[in-house]
Design a protein around this ligand. Structure first.
Ligand SMILES: [Zn+2]
Length: 480
């Protein structure tokens, strides 16, 4: 199975090549030009934009420059001069802001977009559980890579991948290869073989990866954590020991942990609290309709929370009402699967949260577009414990930047001033003109750099066709 055609094969990096061999895709896996062409981050000077730093001390700079040196933001301010050989990007009339931080997703399902069609047979969990066993490592690679490319296209520069279909170690190797080739920063959360079995996560593999992470991290661009699940039946005493061993292993290895609190959310949250499992290393996901005492316990433990409004409402968990979470100290927004959310659209995520909050309260003025932008950037980074690195345009941080065209038909006219309302209520991923991730330009003038998107989409079409065919052969549903 060749992956040639997705990338322009202008070079090779050993880690990718090794991963390709492990995947059995042999020598045809070429390096994505997005990284190969810019292996050393270039110096960039972004000129004359409205700079929304999302840094409390720096604030907004209505006409300023952002200078990037060796992958980091070196200066922010008016009238900066370009280093020799810098790429200069004119951002006049545009907004320059930090890339979005997606605090929770499931990238492997990206190619299943459209398969969720809201009948009992095609609902999200039914469909995903039916198709998951038919994913090969190659399907995993293509889905995750496509998910990240879409994310970066829409201004997302950090994605958190709760990978819960680790059927074999080769699937994990494929996930890692995809994130190494991805045009953004990622946290890979190592999950179980399947979400429907209580089988334990491959802890020896988690440990082996963690102890040798420097070799896998793509110079620190990818971090590792545990995609943990509570026992499917909370009162099943036979499953708890294995689950607690997973958690203990992660904590011994100092890995961050994410856990879903959904479906039976209230009891699950209570189980985390009563068993004293929350901690600063733990991210709770969803917790729809959380009680105030549960949120107090979350804060007390220093744990964080990820809200994914598009998917929480799509699958019927309830309404994602932001005021419920007003007291949460470490809070972020997530996409939760491009395929389930519809698309990796952080603008749409902010918008839905804003609309739901006002609609539920019957009060337009309750919503602050600026607060939503903070959730999607600096607060999301803090929720992941990555705010020292990303989330704001602060000198010294890694250069994760997006530039938004404020003159497109769906967003303009913009004649200056605080752009928050334009960004929350009007912007779409297509309005993101330029994206810089970890100092590399990965989207320029509206087009992805170095990635042949039609070829990647064609690979994804072939991938999903194969998955559907194998699943149908194994257990025909269409024959019914
Ligand atoms: Zn999830």
């Amino acid at each position: 199975m060749g992956l040639n055609g997705i990338f322009c094969g202008i070079g090779r990096r050993l880690p990718v090549h090794r991963a390709a061999l492990a995947l059995g895709v042999g020598a045809v896996l070429a390096v994505p030009m997005a990284w190969a062409a810019a292996d050393t981050p270039r110096n960039v000077l972004i000129k004359n934009g409205y700079v929304l730093t999302m840094d409390g001390a720096l604030g907004d700079l209505p006409r300023a420059d952002v200078r990037i040196r060796a992958g980091r933001i070196s200066d922010v301010g008016p009238g900066l001069t370009a280093d020799p050989s810098s790429e200069i990007i004119d951002a006049a009339g545009q907004v320059v802001m930090p890339g979005f931080v997606d605090t929770h997703s499931h990238l492997w399902i990206t190619a299943l977009r459209g398969q969720y069609r809201n009948t009992p047979d095609t609902a999200f969990f039914t469909t995903t559980n039916r198709l998951a066993p038919h994913f090969t490592p190659d399907d995993t690679y293509v889905g995750i890579l496509l998910g990240t490319v879409e994310g970066a296209y829409g201004g997302i520069t950090t994605m958190t991948d709760f990978f819960d279909n680790v059927q074999t170690r080769d699937h994990m190797t494929a996930a890692l290869a995809a994130l190494r080739d991805a045009p953004l920063r990622a946290r890979l959360l190592y999950g179980a073989q399947s979400k429907t079995t209580a089988r334990q996560t491959d802890l020896p593999h988690v440990q082996a990866l963690a102890q040798d992470w420097g070799r896998h991290s793509a110079d620190g661009r990818i971090s590792l954590g545990l995609a943990w699940r509570l026992p499917p039946k909370l009162d099943d005493a036979t499953v708890w020991p294995a689950k607690l061993e997973e958690l203990d292993t992660a904590r011994r290895l100092k890995l961050p942990v994410a856990v879903h609190v959904s479906g039976n959310a209230e009891a699950m949250f209570d189980a985390l609290i009563s068993r004293r499992l929350l901690g600063p290393d733990m991210q709770v996901v969803h917790a729809t309709d959380a009680r105030s005492d549960q949120i107090a316990a979350l804060n007390q433990a220093g744990a964080s929370l990820a809200l994914t409004p598009l998917t929480e409402q799509r699958v019927g968990y309830g309404l994602t009402v932001l005021s419920t979470y007003a007291d949460v100290q470490r809070l972020g927004l997530g996409i939760d699967g491009n395929a389930l959310a519809g698309s990796a659209d952080m603008f749409g995520t902010m918008r839905l949260a804003a609309l739901t909050q006002a609609g539920e309260a019957r009060r337009e003025t309750l919503v602050s577009p600026r607060d939503l932008l903070a959730l999607a950037t600096i607060r999301g980074a803090a929720a992941l414990g990555m705010h020292d690195q990303v989330g704001s345009l602060t000198p010294g941080k890694r250069a994760d930047v997006q530039i938004i065209d404020m003159n497109a038909l769906n967003i303009g006219p913009y004649a200056g001033g605080d752009p928050s309302a334009w960004l929350v209520y009007s912007a779409t991923p297509a309005n993101v003109r330029t994206v810089i991730a970890d100092g590399r330009v990965v989207k320029r003038d509206g087009a992805m750099v170095g990635i042949d998107v039609p070829a990647l989409m064609q690979r994804a079409r072939a991938s999903v066709a194969g998955i559907l065919e194998r699943a149908e052969k194994a257990a025909p549903v269409n024959a019914k």
